[in-house]
Design a protein around this ligand. Structure first.
Ligand code: SF4
Length: 245
């Protein structure tokens, strides 16, 4: 574990120990105060910036898919996008983080989860013992809906095969769906996210586990909900720990 991560977790009020073989955070204290969680997930100190896009080299199949997505015109969103936002991260990641769709910053930079929400996601990952570079981050939609409106069902359907191909190529062990739009579209339900939290799901037509939590952009507006997110992340970590057990 990196020194900055140990320091970060200490500030968060989480007791951790490291399995030297697995190099993963395995034990997380339950007695975390809401204020500690809020402080930790809010902290922007020591959060590594995302790697520049230029260093992102994908294996051939994933690179080919990215190239295909970059010229996609399967839905009307291609007319208003600055560029497609394919996803970033480790192409062999165990963890796949799935959000809704690019926002203005993402559309401009071509990378998902940048800006304040992205920094908050980085914090959530760090709290789990994960650096942004270790996971893969993608969205349901690869193009920005104008004015950040909700995705239309036709757009989700049009874009769906790209996400499925990403999952097939990356072969994650677990998916963390962040936000209502991501969770509902990924799992094909219309259940309110508040009722989805705390349960384990499976990605359709697979045994790939899915855990649902709130979107970091929502947490920026409702910081009191950070404790709930931490509960969700702990569920995800326990689940992940048992996948290979
Ligand atoms: S949102 Fe998806 S389906 Fe629509 S144009 Fe962009 S890449 Fe194609």
């Amino acid at each position: 574990m990196q020194a900055y991560q140990q320091q970060y977790l200490k500030e968060m009020g989480i007791d951790v120990w490291v399995d030297r073989q697995a190099e993963q955070v395995l034990n997380v204290s339950e007695d975390i105060t809401a204020s500690n969680v809020s402080k930790a997930i809010t902290s922007e100190r020591q959060i590594p910036e995302p790697a520049p896009k230029s260093v992102q080299v994908f294996p051939e199949a994933l690179a080919t898919l990215k190239k295909e997505v970059s010229t996609c015109e399967k839905c009307e969103l291609h007319t208003s996008r600055t560029q497609t936002v394919f996803g970033v991260g480790n192409p062999d990641a165990d963890w796949l983080i799935i959000g809704e769709a690019p926002g203005a910053d993402e559309d401009r930079q071509g990378e998902p989860f940048v800006g304040r929400a992205g920094q908050l996601l980085n914090s959530m990952l760090l709290a789990m013992g994960l650096k942004r570079e270790q996971v893969f981050i993608a969205n349901i939609l690869k193009c920005r809906p104008p004015d950040n409106r909700d995705p239309k069902i036709g757009e989700v359907i049009a874009c769906e095969s790209y996400l499925r191909q990403q999952i097939d190529l990356i072969k994650p062990k677990i998916i963390l769906a962040v936000g209502r739009i991501a969770a509902q579209n990924l799992l094909k339900v219309d259940t309110p996210i508040g009722k989805m939290r705390g349960n384990q799901y499976q990605y359709p037509d697979s045994k790939l586990p899915v855990i649902v939590t709130y979107h970091p952009a929502y947490l920026l507006r409702s910081p009191r909900e950070k404790r709930k997110v931490w509960e969700d992340l702990k569920i995800a970590m326990r689940l992940y720990k048992n996948i290979d057990a």
